[in-house]
Ligand binder design. Structure first.
Ligand code: ADP
Length: 400
């Protein structure tokens, strides 16, 4: 039997999971999959490391399986189909760790209670990230669980980059810029030396462009600034989030349009961004294929705002050596990368259009002042590694 670590990334109506086993000192995926539409028409699929389907199951329309039911199904699946692996711990992606959690932590009831405080700061993610932790604490209290935070990587930022221009009494309540997608940026930072020593040592802007989208300025692999702030609604427009918004708009909507807090929350997290502007879809692939002019307008705004943030992060770094595209859109949309790189020409970016079209790893020309890379992110691997490390440290302490 070999030891294995499960990684869970739970959203509002779905969760993704991976099972990592240790082979020759490295974490290797032995299964991965997802459970979706948990409250409407649940589906479960699990594949092995080569992509072959291990298990697939659909429940009928209207079935409310919920996170609990899906988790139960996942555990039964692991026991039945992956009995050769002994589950020694579960690592979770948790969006918000506040100022308190600057690195991954072994979870118990008191940690969960502390993390509940951040639910209002990440309403789209935090409650769902915590749901499986609570379910497992109840059902399998002896199974070690580790929470890994999207905010931790950004705690290296200088205090000016984390501060809002607000009175100290408010700042002292933890109202600061946290930054998110930290597990993705940490992974990219870790592999950058394999791609370019100059990018790893120098000033690099990483563009994590997925359903959630943000950019991070890294100096020597450490975060010095990011587009996301107190919540993951800041910065770039996203699939359904508006990104950077004049706070006066919220006051106007509440005082003049009569929207209450719930309606504003729904607007900025679920009805805006690519979906809100296009009225067509939150999905970049759908927008790129659409001939609706509003779909084009949504992409135009996304590209424009990436360009504006690029300038801001370039200023924070006082110069840029490299750009890295990652996540669903960044890794897959040649058209989007081409437009972003064209707009960044003033920074010294020269795109190799042919390399971009054939999805090469380095997509800048040899004489481009700024090198441009496309690097697939791997947040799950980061979580598995943190979980393994923390469990090993714990075992060592117990032995000592
Ligand atoms: P999440 O933030 O949910 O992890 P992903 O990183 O998977 O999201 O990114 C999802 C986004 O990536 C969607 O907008 C999707 O349309 C986009 N995407 C995936 N593949 C492509 C592609 N080939 N071309 C353009 N966009 C793509």
């Amino acid at each position: 039997m070999s030891d294995a670590i499960a990684v869970l990334n739970a959203g509002s109506s779905s969760f993704k999971f991976s099972l990592f086993a240790e082979e020759a000192g490295a974490a290797v995926v032995v299964a991965r999959g997802q459970a979706e539409a948990l409250h409407t028409a649940p589906r479960f699929v699990a594949k092995d490391g080569t992509g072959a389907v291990l298990d697939e199951r659909s429940w009928g329309d209207g079935t409310k399986l919920g996170h609990d039911g899906a988790l139960e199904y996942l555990v039964a699946f692991l026991r039945k189909r992956l009995a050769a692996y002994r589950l020694i711990g579960v690592g979770h992606r948790v969006v918000h760790g506040g100022l308190e959690y600057v690195k991954p932590v072994r979870v118990d009831a008191s940690v969960v209670a502390a993390l509940e405080k951040y639910v209002p700061l990440a309403p789209l993610h935090q409650p769902h990230n915590l749901a499986p932790i609570k379910a497992l604490l109840e059902r399998a209290p002896q199974l070690p669980q580790v929470a890994c935070f999207d905010t931790s990587f950004h705690r290296t930022q200088p205090s000016v980059a984390q501060a809002f221009a607000l009175p100290k009494s408010i700042t002292d309540r933890g109202v600061v810029r946290y930054g998110f997608h930290g597990l993705s940026y940490e992974y990219i930072s870790g592999v950058l030396p394999d791609y370019s020593a100059r990018a790893a040592r120098g000033n690099t802007i990483v563009l994590h462009l997925g359903n959630g989208a943000s950019m991070c300025a890294m100096a020597g692999g450490q975060s010095v600034a990011s587009t996301m702030g107190f919540t993951a609604a800041d910065g770039l427009p996203m699939g359904t989030r508006c990104g950077n918004l004049d706070p006066g708009v919220i006051l106007y909507l509440m005082s003049q349009v009569g929207m209450d807090v719930g309606a504003v929350e729904k607007l900025i997290y679920q009805q805006s961004g690519l979906l809100g502007v296009s009225g067509v879809s939150s999905d970049m692939r759908t927008l790129e294929q659409s001939d609706d002019p509003r779909a084009q307008a949504a992409i135009d705004l996304f590209v424009y705002r990436i360009g504006r943030e690029m300038g801001s992060l370039a200023a924070a770094l006082a110069g840029v050596d490299a750009l890295v595209f990652t996540a669903g859109i960044g890794e897959n949309s040649c058209a989007l990368r081409e437009r972003v790189c064209r707009d960044a020409g003033w920074l010294g970016v020269a795109l190799d259009a042919e390399a971009n079209a054939r999805r090469a790893t380095c997509i800048s020309t040899p004489d481009s002042r700024v090198s441009v890379f496309v690097i697939p992110t791997n947040e799950e691997l980061m979580i598995a590694r943190h979980t393994r490390r923390l469990l090993a440290a714990h075992t060592e302490r117990e032995v000592a």
